[in-house]
Write a protein that binds this ligand. Structure first.
Ligand code: NDP
Length: 296
């Protein structure tokens, strides 16, 4: 193995510590405690784990955590009423609705009902537009975490060829916008892309957000490239369940210059960036200077 391992777990711990230090200063100097509300509809086991972990880390950072667990049968009207209450609550600075929602609820309608200033997931159409036009916005947590890891590893990204595999609204598209904002030459790939290995082979930066276990193999990667693996896939490995990314770590690490592992790469950055976004939302809501050492 030749690649340097990009330790997202360690970077995320540092980011959470910086957030906690800012929160402590906000409390001491201004008597303000940032508050994050997480709304979970239904009993999806993976979503329950994520929500628990978000709540725990929010409290560890010194923030207020409000969890709203609603039954799977919750009506659209009841959910929108709760969001309106949270929009109006001055102790809540960030609102996150855990996705996916049960099929009878309209995700776009729900997300766009969140006050854009409290939209710490960055999925509101206004924030999507602000990001796309290079204006100050709330940036989706997972791509933001990827960008931080890339800047940490590479410094300036200007002029580098970046390939993003995946075009979801949550990861692929905002990731491409962020890389474009950092002056990369960006190619976005998807399930209809022709000769994906050849396209990936040109890239200095590869971000894989596909949802297909170990799809990107070492022979696709340009020697020395930086590989960011967003995928989280559970596979059966000789009767044992284990998490793998969208990149075949063993073969890619032979060729890449640096690579994120799964677990311990992008995953921990997502929650750390959620806390950073909540703190940013709180400072903006109170017309205070934004912390300058959190987000890139
Ligand atoms: P989506 O399913 O929404 O999007 C997957 C994308 O991959 C689509 O654009 C799809 O193309 C593309 N794709 C699928 N198959 C292929 C293929 N064979 N070749 C090229 N492209 C393909 O997934 P998400 O973006 O939500 O998530 C992607 C992965 O990231 C998942 O493993 C998810 O678990 C993980 N994830 C991890 C997070 C973290 O915190 N680390 C956070 C969020 C997601 P098309 O549009 O044409 O269908």
């Amino acid at each position: 193995m030749s690649a340097e391992i990009i330790d997202g777990k360690e970077f995320a711990a540092g980011l959470r510590a910086r957030v906690a230090a800012h929160v402590a200063r906000l409390k001491a100097d201004h008597g303000i405690t940032p508050g994050l509300a997480v709304v979970l509809v239904g009993e999806d086991p993976a979503s329950q784990v994520y929500v628990r972990s978000k709540g725990k880390m929010t409290v560890e950072a010194g923030m207020k955590s409000a969890e709203h667990r609603l039954s799977p049968e919750t009506s659209q009207e009841d959910l929108l009423n709760l969001i309106n209450e949270l929009n109006a609550d001055p102790t809540i600075h960030g609102i996150l609705v855990q996705l996916p929602l049960p099929a009878h609820l309209d995700e776009d309608l729900v997300i766009n009902a969140i006050d854009p200033a409290k939209d710490v997931d960055g999925f509101h159409i206004l924030n999507v537009g602000l990001l796309g036009t290079g204006q100050k916005s709330m940036v989706p947590c997972t791509p933001l975490g990827c960008l931080m890891l890339l800047r940490e590893r590479l410094g300036s990204l200007a002029g580098l060829d970046a390939v993003v595999i995946g075009r979801s609204n949550i990861v692929g598209k905002p990731m491409a916008q962020l890389l474009l904002g950092d002056s990369c030459t960006v190619t976005i790939c998807h399930s209809k892309t022709k000769d994906l290995p050849q396209v990936v082979g040109r890239a200095d930066i590869v971000v894989a957000a596909v949802g297909r276990p170990q799809m990107v193999t070492g022979d696709w990667i340009k020697p020395g490239a930086t590989v960011i693996d967003v995928g989280i896939n559970r596979i059966d490995d000789n009767g044992k369940s284990r998490l793998v990314g969208d990149v075949d770590f063993a073969s890619a690490a032979e060729v890449a210059g640096a690579i994120t592992p799964v677990p311990g790469g992008v995953g921990p950055m997502t929650i750390a960036c959620l806390l950073a976004n909540t703190l940013t939302a709180c400072t903006r809501a109170n017309n205070l200077p934004e912390p300058d050492n959190l987000t890139p």
